[in-house]
Design a protein around this ligand. Structure first.
Ligand SMILES: [Zn+2]
Length: 343
């Protein structure tokens, strides 16, 4: 399986993340990718190529143009306004306030376009987000051309980003853009399966009223963990999208038995629908030692999960999402890919 990777991910490395009332080194950091690259090489998965240039057309079709302009210009506007530090949202529109009036002041604008203030924007964030997107797009083209599967080693990740909000370390929803590109290249039905520990709120929101892209997510119950305000089992889609959104929230301490049961159910429902392409939001933070998650998967479980996904026998693009037990991220990620290829 080919991996698509860009060194430009390193341009996004905020100094700090707001966590537990303290500023800490961000859990989502560049070394995560180095562990994945090292493990790929150890396992002789050395078909690793840089992405082609990013194509903004499918992105502009899916995301809010004002949001994209904001991401592109936020750093310059922040500095022009005399702000000393990195961009962190301090004000957000809350209940009873206007949700649809965009402030002119950059500080207000940041809050409008942000849903979680742990995520900072730095000088290189936009370039890094575009490089991450470019990896996903190149993987999609490779698979659409008949490759069978590809791994986009995306960083920053994407599944928490909506049409017009960043947060959860995500800025552009790579998996959603890949699904949209599969649709544009002729696939009538596309499934997105999100196995990251956290609910893919951004992906859900982008396809919630659509019947051509099915979304399934296995994740920590929103009563107990981020993103808190979305990801319940009764969110099943709306309008034409009713029945095309599948959430599997699971409680703290969930191990592979219950998790794989949910995975099998999601796979069965996806296969019964008959999609022509599959996008995997590949987070490995369901791992037992992940510092910000609470599932109990072992490293070998990721191999088995990859095998179950591989048995779907669909053209598949893997987009890297989360995973913060940094030294295990490489093994767990590559285990999924090897399981997939062994199926
Ligand atoms: Zn996650």
């Amino acid at each position: 399986m080919r991996t698509i990777y860009s060194e430009d991910h390193r341009l996004h490395f905020p100094q700090a993340e707001l966590s537990g009332g303290q500023f800490v080194t961000p859990f989502e950091r560049p070394s995560r990718v180095e562990y994945v690259l090292n493990r790929l090489r150890e396992r002789k998965l050395t078909d690793i190529v840089p992405p082609a240039a990013v194509d903004m057309r499918p992105v502009q079709a899916l995301l809010d143009p004002g949001y994209l302009t904001f991401l592109e210009t936020a750093w310059d506007d922040w500095k022009t306004a005399g702000m000393e530090g990195e961009i962190i949202a301090a004000n957000v529109p809350a209940r009873g306030m206007h949700m649809d009036r965009i402030p002119e002041n950059i500080d207000g604008k940041v809050g409008y376009y942000c849903h979680a203030s742990e995520t900072a924007i730095t000088r290189g964030t936009w370039t890094a987000a575009l490089s991450s997107l470019a990896c996903a797009q190149t993987a999609q083209r490779h698979v659409a051309a008949g490759a069978g599967s590809a791994f986009a080693l995306c960083r920053p990740p994407g599944h928490h980003a909506t049409a017009d909000q960043y947060g959860g370390y995500c800025f552009i929803n790579n998996a959603a853009v890949v699904a949209e590109m599969f649709r544009a290249s002729g696939a009538g039905r596309v499934a997105i399966l999100d196995i990251d520990f956290h609910h893919g709120n951004g992906t859900q929101s982008l396809f919630y009223d659509r019947s051509d892209v099915m979304f399934a997510s296995l994740h920590g119950a929103p009563q107990e963990t981020y993103p808190y305000y979305l990801g319940y089992a009764d969110e099943t889609g709306k309008g034409a999208g009713e029945g095309f959104n599948l959430n599997y929230p699971m409680t703290a301490g969930t191990g592979y038995g219950a998790w794989s049961h949910a995975l099998d159910d999601a796979i069965a429902k996806i296969m019964a629908w008959g999609p022509e392409a599959l996008v995997i939001s590949l987070g490995v933070d369901a791992y037992k030692e992940d510092p910000i998650s609470f599932f109990k998967l072992e490293s070998d479980d990721f191999t088995d999960a990859g095998r179950r996904i591989g048995r779907m026998k669909l053209p598949t693009v893997f987009c890297m999402e989360g995973g913060y037990a940094i030294e295990a991220v490489g093994v767990n990620t590559v285990n999924v890919l090897e399981g997939f290829m062994d199926a």
